[in-house]
Design a protein. Structure first.
Length: 90
């Protein structure tokens, strides 16, 4: 079985305070996250090895956006999202 069989996937936008490295302005940015929530049960086709993997897995979020644009109208440069964990367990 694949990892996708253990989780339901959804997308969400969460607001984060980021500082532009070019103009040094701190503003709120909406970043997109992929949320993988653990299912209540395994499919019936699972074997012993799949059950062991399912027991160990947990729900988590993965950051999709790796770059964002500065909100300052005079700057408007794209910069890397840094200082934020790219994976977070729920």
């Amino acid at each position: 079985m694949e990892e996708r069989d253990y989780f339901t996937e959804s997308r969400a936008r969460k607001s984060m305070r980021l500082t532009c490295p070019y103009c040094r302005e701190t503003t709120e940015h909406d970043l997109e996250w992929l949320i993988r929530t653990k299912k209540n049960q395994l499919p019936r086709s699972a074997d012993e090895r799949d059950r062991a993997k399912f027991a160990k897995c947990a729900s988590y979020m993965v950051l999709i956006d790796d770059k964002t644009m500065c909100r300052n109208l005079q700057c408007r440069k794209r910069f890397d999202v840094s200082g934020i964990k790219t994976t977070a367990f729920i």
